[in-house]
Design a protein around this ligand. Structure first.
Ligand SMILES: NC(=O)c1ccc[n+]([C@@H]2O[C@H](COP(=O)([O-])OP(=O)(O)OC[C@H]3O[C@@H](n4cnc5c(N)ncnc54)[C@H](OP(=O)(O)O)[C@@H]3O)[C@@H](O)[C@H]2O)c1
Length: 340
């Protein structure tokens, strides 16, 4: 076959929509243990087939809890018969190399954020997935929580008047020694780990035309541990973003307009049973409302499963992952560096 093919035309391993997608998990990661594998276990459309770890003890612990097989290394897991898809919760610098290997092995790929450490690699991997007729998604789970569509609807209906500015923060306490986030060789640093959340939130609410007007990165012991950026949309709406380690836990965004403001608390990390609060201020009065709990990890899996089945297209998701990677690149290039 020659010439361009539609994205959903040549799937290598796509069980029908009523059959669970069987995942290989590369790495016995904390996020897999706490959030993604419980979601995979609970969601009817997915199954945990095999967990690969460099440590037999960690693999066995996962296998016991989730009823999966184990593999002694990641390559073996990719080659295991009956595996349809691969979940990659490895350190950031290993996302792209293992996504590429998994695509080459004919597997659909769900990779933890960020999809890759630079935008050129995101383009290359998305193109590889398209050529092979496979799904490649970044697990940017918060964007799948239904509360953000609700915020967009409220803004479109004039809840804040004409939007003028957006702000968002994702900051967390200091990371323990040995954390992958503090190792530049593993793609560590707060820009790749934490800035992706406020950047993706800005894209979600202000669109993909955002440009970087200014940025500052703080460096400690050879790693960027925090930063701030000012973005601006073609309409002149500004986005003030902050992220970092070694700070109080902050996890929110705000949209301010001519007539009021909306503030979403616990914007990026609500647990599955959490009822996130939205605060709406207008004419000097503030009202709080709660959104029903929504397991955003199961929501990512549902979107991934539906794209594999060909019942939804992934174009918007791919475009958002690429726009996010480009803004992260631009922040890195434009930032003034401050050393602690
Ligand atoms: N979407 C989200 O909400 C969310 C939240 C937190 C983290 N994440 C992302 O998930 C990924 C993992 O984060 P985490 O907090 O779960 O990290 P983690 O617990 O340190 O897990 C990383 C795993 O990578 C494997 N690994 C392979 N080579 C490694 C090396 N040279 N050094 C260290 N580990 C290595 C290890 O698995 P084995 O030793 O078992 O092979 C380890 O368990 C990161 O990309 C992070 O950005 C996403």
């Amino acid at each position: 076959m020659s010439g361009p093919v539609p994205h959903i035309a040549r799937r290598a391993a796509s069980p029908s929509p009523d059959v669970a997608l069987r995942f290989a998990v590369l790495g016995a990661a904390d996020i897999a243990w706490r959030r993604m594998l419980p979601a995979m276990e609970a969601f009817a459309g997915t199954e945990i087939a095999v967990v690969a770890s460099r440590s037999p003890q960690r693999a066995a612990r996962f296998a016991e809890r989730f009823g999966a097989d184990t593999a002694p290394d990641y390559e073996t897991a990719l080659a295991r018969p009956g595996v349809d898809a691969v979940y990659i919760p490895l350190p950031n610098a290993l996302h792209a190399p293992w996504a590429e290997r998994a695509l080459a092995a004919g597997k659909h790929v769900l990779v933890e954020k960020p999809l890759a450490t630079d935008a050129a690699t995101v383009v290359r991997l998305q193109e590889l997935a398209r050529r092979r007729g496979l799904v490649l998604r970044e697990s940017m789970m918060f964007a799948h929580h239904r509360r953000h569509a609700e915020v967009r609807r409220l803004v479109a209906e004039g809840a804040v008047g004409t939007p003028l500015s957006f702000s968002a923060a994702f900051t967390v306490p200091a990371r323990p020694q040995g954390d992958i986030r503090l190792d530049p060789g593993l793609g560590g640093g707060a820009l790749l780990d934490a800035a992706v959340y406020p950047v993706r939130a800005a894209l979600l609410h202000l669109g993909h035309g955002l440009e970087v007007a200014g940025a500052v990165l703080r460096h400690e012991n050879g790693t960027d541990t925090g930063g701030s950026a000012l973005l601006v949309s073609p309409q002149g709406v500004t986005a003030q973003l902050e992220w970092g380690f070694g700070r109080p836990y902050r996890c929110h965004y705000e949209i301010v307009g001519t007539d009021g403001e909306l503030r979403a608390e616990r914007a990026f990390t609500p647990p599955p049973d959490h009822r996130p609060v939205l605060r709406h201020t207008r004419n000097g009065r503030t009202e709080e409302s709660e959104t029903a709990p929504h397991d955003q990890f199961q929501a990512v899996l549902a979107a991934f499963r539906a794209e594999v089945a060909g019942t939804v297209r992934g174009d918007a998701d791919r475009a958002a992952s690429l726009a996010q990677a480009r803004l992260i690149d631009h922040i890195r290039q434009d930032a003034r560096a401050h050393k602690a």
